[in-house]
Design a protein. Structure first.
Length: 424
């Protein structure tokens, strides 16, 4: 198969690494890719949101399957566009309507309520109902959770301790703090527990497979302190996500989600990301995403022993059949190396050295580019996802931290406590 992977981050690096291993892969293109994805395929200077340009490339290169890495093209409707323009090309990802599970927090919460899927109590508000929003906030216990309805580049969620500040922030969000993304704001009760990420690949006809469960770390500082980021690391498996917990996830969340999509006649052939929280042994949904997570993908792909291309092809064609998704019994750990200053402002163009000296880990590139002289340079906040397998999580982490010691760039920062909480 000739495959086009859309995206440029660490998630796409890990997917490219896995796709490249498949005997089904004849040629892999990554658009636009980054400074490391060319190790697995051919980078193409295309914007995933320029659907016409993507279509022209698909035709020119006789692409058989498009794998959509990030959410923006899905929410914008690339599945529907390709279905109209090039119906013979397989697309791994949901329709525009299905992508609303991530594109609209309000839609997702309504969907969960409609299908009795456990989640936090909530209400949605607009500028016209801001006073009611403040009244609803007063019925909740702190901290208060405010979520922009639309996509806000991962920054649209506020968790606030003060009722007065929460009410003020609600009005600011509704007045355009996150542009059109916060024209509607979801206010919900805060859930206390430990989070995990469950990834499901579904064929849209009732069949699905569950990928290895992971846990990511969002805060910039050790001990889960400081500002939220796109993710500072991830580990898999997650000890508390045992057979009993996952059976609850299957019966209360996964299957009602898939049945609910079918009941609405929503076409969904791709990955569903379940952001879950374990509240006293009971799984509840924090959010849906309509693609794989980042940096969880970098840890998860190391533990997928099956041919991912075969599974994605079958899901996109609407028939997973009896294909098996095998998990490695080993543990995996991903530690992100980020630019100094991230998630605030940070410099770019710093020379990266030592990646070629790493032997015990796989270094997935996230925010890198190549200079005119071939030097590897930083180009983003999250730069490298150093990922390792081990017989235990402690061994996997030891490998990742050891590999980080071989890599250098000015201002490099990483968290040294990734995975420590689940090893207790």
């Amino acid at each position: 198969m000739k495959i086009l992977l859309l995206g440029s981050g660490g998630r796409e690096s890990a997917l490219a690494w896995k796709i490249n291993q498949s005997p089904l892969t004849e040629k892999l293109f990554i658009a636009p890719g980054n400074g490391g994805t060319d190790a697995y395929g051919t980078n193409v200077a295309l914007s995933p949101l320029d659907f016409e340009a993507v279509k022209d490339f698909v035709v020119a290169e006789s692409i058989d399957m498009i794998v959509v890495g990030n959410e923006d093209p899905l929410v914008a409707g690339i599945y529907d566009f390709m279905g109209r323009e090039l119906p013979s090309v397989l697309v791994v990802g949901p329709s525009k309507e299905g992508a609303r599970l991530e594109g609209s927090k309000d839609f997702a919460k309504q969907f969960m309520a409609e299908n009795s899927i456990p989640t936090a109590r909530y209400r949605s508000f607009t500028a016209a109902t801001a006073d009611e929003g403040c009244e609803f906030l007063s019925t909740l216990n702190p901290p208060y959770v405010l979520k922009a309805d639309g996509l806000a580049a991962g920054k649209g969620v506020l968790i606030i301790d003060s009722l007065e500040e929460a009410c003020r922030s609600l009005r600011e969000m509704l007045s355009g703090m996150f542009g059109g993304a916060s024209a509607t704001v979801v206010v919900e009760e805060f859930l206390s527990g430990i989070e995990c990420s469950v990834f499901v690949l579904t064929d849209g006809n009732g069949s699905y497979r569950v990928l290895p469960v992971a846990k990511d770390y969002k805060r910039i500082g050790e001990g889960d302190t400081g500002l939220n980021t796109g993710g500072m690391g991830a580990v898999s498996p997650v000890p508390f996500a045992d057979a009993e917990f996952m059976e609850k996830v299957r019966t209360r969340i996964i299957e009602p989600t898939i049945k609910g999509l079918s009941a609405r006649n929503i076409v969904y052939r791709g990955f569903i990301f379940l952001g879950l929280i374990n509240v006293g042994g009971e799984p509840m949904v924090i959010e849906y995403n309509v693609r794989m997570g980042d940096p969880e993908t970098e840890a998860v792909m190391l533990r997928v022993d099956s041919d991912l291309v075969g599974l994605m092809k079958a899901a996109a064609a609407g028939d997973l059949g009896d294909l098996e998704l095998r998990h490695s019994p080993q543990a995996s750990a991903t530690v992100m190396m980020v630019s100094g200053g991230y998630p605030g402002s940070y410099p770019k163009g710093k020379v990266i050295t030592g990646v070629g000296d790493v032997t015990d880990s796989i270094v997935f590139h996230a925010g890198t580019s190549r200079g005119d002289n071939g030097d590897l340079l930083t180009s983003g906040g999250r730069v490298l996802a150093v990922s390792s397998l081990g017989d235990t999580l402690a061994e996997a982490l030891e490998k990742s931290f050891g590999s980080i010691g071989r890599i250098n760039f000015d201002g490099a920062y990483f968290r040294r406590d990734i995975g420590r909480d689940v090893m207790k």
